[in-house]
Design a protein around this ligand. Sequence first.
Ligand code: CYC
Length: 169
Amino acid sequence: MRDAVTSLIRNYDVAGRHLDRNAFDQLKAYFDSGSVRIAMAGLINANSAAIVKKASAQLFEEVPELIRPSGNAYTTRRFSACLRDLDYYLRYVSYALVAGDNNVLDERVLQGLRETYNSLGVPIGPTVRGIQIMKEMVQAMAEDANLAPSSLAEAPFDHLSRELSEVSL
Ligand SMILES: CCC1=C(C)/C(=C/C2=NC(=C\c3[nH]c(/C=C4\NC(=O)[C@H](C)[C@H]4CC)c(C)c3CCC(=O)O)/C(CCC(=O)O)=C2C)NC1=O
C-alpha cells in the first residue's frame, strides 16, 4: 500500500535520482492539503451511515428496478450486501484521501471486483452511479464545512468509478 510520499520516493528511487524541484513541489502540495484531507476523512467517518442511507435511497429512486423482484438488490440479503458495498467504498475513499494516493483502492478494493460483480450479476452502471452520488454528498458536506478545495474529494471516487467501469481516461 502506498501514499503520496512513498509513491514519490519509489519513483525517484527506481530512477536513481535525487529529489528535485518537481518532487518538492509535489510534496509541498501534499503536505499543504494535509489538514483538509484529514478533515474530509473525519467528515466521512462521522457521517458514513447517513451518507450510505441517503445515497442508497437516491440510487433506488433513480433506478427502481434494482429492488424489484428481478433486481440485483432484491431480497434482504442482497439489499444489505449493496449497502455494505457502498460503505466499503466510502471507508476506502477516506483512506485514499488521507494517503493522497489511490493505490489503496487498487490493492484492497478493485482487485478482482469487476469479475466478482460480473459473475454475480451485480450491475456496474448503477454501482458507479451510487459512488458518484456519495461523491456529490461528500463534496456538499465539505463545502458546508468550509473545507477547500472540496474538489480534493473527487479523485478517489472518480478512480473507483473509472476503474470499475473501465472507461478510458
Ligand atoms: C473491501 C473491498 C470489498 C468489496 C468492494 C466487496 C464487494 C462485494 N460485493 C459482493 C456482492 C454484492 N454486491 C451487491 C451490490 C449491489 N447490487 C446492486 O444491485 C447495486 C447496484 C449494488 C449496491 C450499490 C450485491 C447485491 C451483492 C450480493 C450479490 C449476490 O450474492 O447475489 C461480493 C460477493 C461476496 C459477498 O456477497 O460478500 C463482494 C466481494 N467485497 C470486499 O471485500
